[in-house]
Write a protein of this length. Structure first.
Length: 122
């Protein structure tokens, strides 16, 4: 019988928690957690899910699609308009790798800390 655990937080390692939290706050509209600081910042997500960002000394960004430094995490977001979402995310500081394995269904981008994430047409 499953334990019925509820996922309440996802935390990403990074070199600058406040900057990465600001990127995702602008991208998602989630509210900044009131106790965010330079070592740990968080966003209050939907259904009580906290998205956290913790400072790690000597952080090394993932090197997707190669695995010299593994991605370790991959997050997907549904969007209504792929082109508009991509343009806005690039304005906010996202990167776009040349390798795009999903054709017209999704786009792979990287956040300012180097983590790859997908935007998927809803």
């Amino acid at each position: 019988m499953p334990l019925r655990m509820k996922l309440v937080a996802i935390t990403l390692d990074c070199s600058d928690p406040m900057a990465l939290a600001a990127f995702y706050q602008q991208a998602t509209g989630h509210e900044m957690h009131p106790k965010s600081d330079a070592d740990f910042a968080g966003l209050n997500g939907e259904h009580g899910l906290l998205i956290g960002f913790q400072r790690v000394d000597d952080y090394r960004a993932p090197t997707w699609p190669d695995q010299i430094v593994p991605q370790q995490l991959h997050v997907c977001f549904k969007v209504e308009d792929l082109d508009a979402a991509e343009a806005r995310l690039l304005e906010l500081g996202a990167g776009k790798p040349e390798h795009q394995p999903h054709g017209d269904k999704a786009r792979v981008l990287t956040d300012p800390a180097g983590y790859p994430f997908c935007i998927i047409r809803s």
